[in-house]
Ligand binder design. Structure first.
Ligand code: RIB
Ligand code: CA
Length: 347
């Protein structure tokens, strides 16, 4: 059943005052593309938000190597779906390595285990009974988008390997995607635009820069949720305690996996990367965006994987595409919604 919510989205900047009227048809059919690992990962909390939101219809989940290996992503997400009593949602395995980027000493030293071929650890409560589908992630993404032209939103919160492969696999794919919401990149042009993997590169784009390059230049309408907007969030112990004050299978999972983190580091504040990208699909008025040309450096030099954004095309960025870049967050409304959704009873 489709409900129509007209939304007024005001986008204000000093130089430019624009007001856009966007109409969102709910529920939004999405494919959730993720480098999933169990909590305290942001992917897991983004999935909780999606599963618990009536505005979202998850058509399928596709996994990709990123935070950890592809096998770990698949094993953990299958188990999480069982815990959430949503094992009916199909999971499709995607890329186990970036398009080009190879393991390096730097990658091993820094955050992430995308290059790993170790067996996945046992998730909380044991491995899921249900397995991933036989169909590949790319086949599922292409088939679903092509059978529902201009209807499907892709939510990509890991390296963009699966999305780039789908773009390459089917020439008509890009123009049939309704919207692609990406957690990735960091924009130096806007406040809080430093990288988190190298001085200027964000993790998801750095793991697969070539995939990010192909995707950003594909012509798909894109909403980018970069580190700039992630840095407007802070999941503190106080918010954690508010969430776990209500007992459900999801809050119990958070208690088991996040609780000891706050015990050992009570002052820690966790950035909410993927949760914000997901929330912006549920309610686009939670974020403020600016339309910018965004490109990714794929030279294997000091800026490998760095996203660069400008208000006009600059030399070398010919062919780059204008996209929405999130930079501000209505934190009070976002965190209230997050807490309320995660605390809801599971179906
Ligand atoms: O840079 C933040 C991104 O990389 C998020 O998607 C998170 O899951 C991390 O690994
Ligand atoms: Ca992620």
């Amino acid at each position: 059943m489709t409900r129509l919510f007209p939304m007024l989205i005001g986008i204000l900047s000093l130089a430019d005052i624009r007001v856009a009227v966007a109409q969102v048809d709910y529920p939004v059919p999405i494919i959730f593309d993720t480098d999933f690992v169990m909590p305290p990962s942001d992917d897991s909390m983004a999935l909780m938000l999606a599963l618990q939101s009536p505005e979202i219809e998850i058509l399928g989940i596709t996994t990709v190597a990123g935070n950890d290996s592809l096998e770990r992503a698949t094993s953990d997400v299958l188990r999480m779906l069982e815990i959430a009593n949503q094992a009916g949602i199909a999971v499709y395995q995607g890329a186990d390595m970036p398009l080009v980027h190879e393991k390096s000493d730097y990658a091993v030293r820094k955050y992430g285990n995308w290059y790993s071929n170790e067996a996945p650890p046992i998730p909380p409560g044991g491995f899921a009974t249900k397995k991933a589908e036989d169909e590949t992630a790319v086949s599922f993404i292409v088939r679903t988008v092509m059978s529902r032209p201009q209807q499907v939103t892709l939510v990509a919160i890991g390296p963009l390997t699966n999305i780039a492969q789908a773009i390459r696999a089917e020439p008509g794919f890009a123009k049939n995607v309704k919207q692609l919401v990406i957690m990735g990149g960091a924009v130096a042009l806007l406040p809080d635009g430093a990288g988190n993997m190298t001085p200027n590169a964000e993790f998801n784009f750095w793991v697969d820069p070539e995939a990010a390059y192909v995707t950003l230049r594909s012509g798909i309408p894109i909403e980018l949720s970069p580190l700039n907007v992630s840095r407007k969030s802070a999941l503190t112990k106080a918010w954690y305690e508010k969430i776990v004050a209500v007992e459900t299978p999801l809050t119990q999972l958070l208690r088991e996996t996040l609780g000891h983190q706050f015990e050992s580091e009570p002052d820690r504040a966790w950035l909410m990367y993927d949760q914000i990208a997901m929330a912006s699909v549920i309610d686009p008025t939670l974020v403020t965006s600016e339309r910018l040309y965004v490109d990714v450096d794929i030279d294997h030099g000091i800026n490998y994987g760095v996203s660069v954004a400008g208000r006009e095309i600059w030399p070398g960025a010919e062919g780059a595409q204008q996209i929405n870049v999130q930079y501000e967050l209505d934190w009070p409304r976002f965190i209230e919604m997050f807490v309320e959704r995660v605390q809801k009873p599971v179906h």
